[in-house]
Design a protein. Structure first.
Length: 294
């Protein structure tokens, strides 16, 4: 039976464990994929904590994770067995596993030259960054401050903004300044930054917006608190065309998706703990073998 890394009750990491699971059965419009890499995101521990329970009720145990790259083993319209694909998982869970289901209308075929580890982080963090830049709709020469620029969403948002000719500043802890400056960002410590910018992208939440001054403020981190500061929440597009664009940019060496740590599947819990600690630079990925396993 295929293995998955699950949580068995809502709360802290104590209920996380590996479990043998039945092979996922694809429904209409779903692709069954043998997973070769799974992206690790803050939302994974937030789901485990029960923070999304009201709008994402799960039957427990539930497999952690919501984005993967792998090989199609049971096809759906638009895909063939053996295709290399990436995408978000069905139902907002099921990524840290040997096999996962993807909605065919939100998955993308991987171009030549794109690795599974890079492809696995495109649906959530990079996709969010792309959608945020589209929503902010800045012109070349306008300025953007990214709060929390050193993490998964921030490093991609910074690169996409620089590509659009936008002047990018960002807040990050000092240990990440060299990293983000290499991406074209003017780096500031937390709670510092330019006195005025055209727009702010908030990836931190809480009171991080207290001192910022901009006409357009978009948040993906903490909409309830950010609303007090005039921030608008981001609405994700879910457009697989975005995933395809990002995949091409990475395959052509124009975008670095920021994968800095790849953990073996056996260390899935350690991978999530690193992200849960909140100071991660770039992206964390769980890597699984690329040969057939079952
Ligand atoms: N709504 C959506 O669709 C969506 C999608 C993706 C992500 N998100 C949310 O967006 C947030 C960011 O996601 P992510 O994947 O980029 O997270 P991440 O990879 O964990 O990065 C978060 C970054 O914020 C930095 N940070 C923490 N406190 C900070 C502060 N006070 N000031 C400035 N930087 C600070 C962290 O490092 P340093 O403190 O060391 O600089 C880290 O680099 C999370 O809350 C996530 O759940 C939402």
């Amino acid at each position: 039976m295929p293995l998955g890394y699950v949580f068995t009750s809502y709360g802290g990491p104590g209920s996380q464990r590996f479990l043998d699971l039945p092979m996922p059965e694809p429904g209409p419009g779903e692709v069954l994929v043998e997973v070769h890499a799974a992206g690790v995101n803050p939302v994974d521990w937030k789901v485990r904590e029960g923070m999304h329970r009201a709008f994402l009720p799960l039957e427990l145990p539930a497999v952690l994770g919501r984005e993967v790259a792998g090989t199609v083993v049971r096809s759906a319209p638009g895909f063939a067995v053996g295709d290399r694909v990436c995408g978000p998982t069905v139902g907002g869970c099921g990524g840290y596993a040997e096999f996962a289901l993807l909605p065919a209308d939100r998955a993308a075929r991987m171009p030549e030259g794109l690795s599974f580890t890079d492809a696995a982080v495109l649906p959530i963090a990079a996709g969010t960054a792309y959608d945020a830049l589209e929503a902010l709709d800045l012109r070349p020469g306008e300025s953007l401050l990214i709060l929390g620029v050193g993490g998964g969403v921030g490093t991609v948002a910074a690169q996409l903004a620089v590509m659009r000719g936008i002047e990018v500043a960002g807040t990050a802890s000092p240990s990440k300044h060299v990293y983000v400056e290499q991406l074209g960002v003017v780096a500031y410590d937390h709670d510092q930054g330019p006195s005025r910018v055209d727009a702010v992208l908030d990836l931190v939440g809480g009171d991080a917006l207290r001192a910022v001054c901009a006409e357009r403020i978009l948040t993906v981190a903490d909409p309830a608190v950010a609303a007090q500061y005039g921030a608008q929440p981001l609405k994700r597009s879910g457009d697989p065309g975005v995933l395809a664009v990002l995949a091409e940019l990475v395959a052509n060496g124009k975008l670095d998706p920021g994968v800095r740590q790849v953990f073996p599947f056996a260390e899935a819990g350690d991978a999530l703990a690193v992200v849960e600690a909140g100071q991660v630079a770039g992206k964390v990925v769980i890597g699984l073998p690329t040969g057939p396993r079952h």
